[in-house]
Design a protein around this ligand. Structure first.
Ligand code: IPD
Ligand code: CA
Ligand code: CA
Length: 271
């Protein structure tokens, strides 16, 4: 199967997931999955079923890692990393910033990525060597080259109540150095926005492969850079990602290592 064909399958899958999200929008029951704030709705599961149906029909021998149903299939060079609803907290509160994200790792490398934002009908697509597009038009990362002119984005994992490594200090640090740090609440869309130049850089810890696989391909194919915090090779299992327009990459990496921990007294005690 060619990369173009795999990209078309990912597109069909992400569009199917997004259509389900829109059909359920505003009508869901919300449940906590375990950790405080980690929500799931019927829409997550129904969108995942729609995406899996497409992927399994076209690629029955490929492995799948999907957020709600976990790992499926036997070892293969092809691993689909699927987040049917990235931005569940936003979705549950009817804050319209969420997407279906379908990524494909080939021999462990993010190689195909499609992210569909059904609210804005924005379809982000990329595959290694084939470029990145938004609604079929080529996209590129921004050319902002200094942090003090940049708009950045990050997020906070659901274990933020349990670990001092919760990204709060990094958020403060970059808020001082940039024109702003957004917290979009949907890592896949955060990456898509870096790819199309609306945002200049993104870092986050505690993510899963399904949050990053598609977006990593988009940023790389749009001319940006995707690495570990220290600029070494991106390892999706690490849960950490530094993605930028390239021009800011070294500065962001250096600053991540300058961050001083916040005193724990800054935070209220949870019941
Ligand atoms: C979450 C979002 C959020 C990020 C969290 C993710 P979900 O995914 O991408 O932006 O900060 O770490 O878990 O739960 O909405 O699919
Ligand atoms: Ca997610
Ligand atoms: Ca999700």
């Amino acid at each position: 199967m060619t990369l173009q064909h795999l990209l078309d399958i990912a597109t069909e899958a992400a569009l199917a997931g997004g259509a389900v999200l829109q059909a359920y929008a505003g009508k869901v029951n919300i449940r906590e999955k375990g950790r405080m704030g980690d929500l799931v709705t019927e829409a997550d599961r129904a969108a995942e079923a729609a995406i899996l149906d497409v992927v399994q029909r076209h690629c029955p021998t490929h492995q799948i890692l999907a957020e709600e149903s976990g790992a499926q299939g036997t070892a293969s060079d092809y691993l689909w990393a699927i987040d049917p609803l990235d931005g569940t907290t936003n979705y549950a509160h009817q804050y319209p910033f969420y997407a279906s994200s379908v990524g494909l790792l080939i021999q462990g490398k993010p190689s195909v990525g499609v992210i569909f934002d059904p609210t804005r009908q924005e379809l982000f697509r990329a595959a290694t060597g084939l470029g990145a597009t938004l609604n079929r038009q080529p996209i590129r990362v921004s050319s902002i080259a200094s942090l003090n002119q940049s708009l950045l984005v990050t997020g906070f994992a659901y274990d933020r109540h349990e670990t001092p490594d919760n990204n709060y200090a990094e958020f403060c640090h970059f808020s001082h150095l940039s024109q702003g740090v957004r917290r979009g609440g949907a890592a896949a869309l955060d990456l898509a926005y870096v790819a199309c130049g609306r945002l200049d850089g993104f870092w986050e810890r505690g993510l899963s492969a399904w949050d990053m696989a598609a977006g990593a391909v988009l940023v790389a194919e749009a001319g940006g850079q995707v690495t570990a915090y220290d600029q070494s090779e991106f390892v999706i299992e690490s849960g950490r990602i530094l993605a930028s327009n390239g021009a800011l990459h070294q500065a962001m990496s250096q600053e991540l290592f300058q961050v001083k921990p916040l005193p724990s007294a800054c935070l209220p005690k949870l019941a």
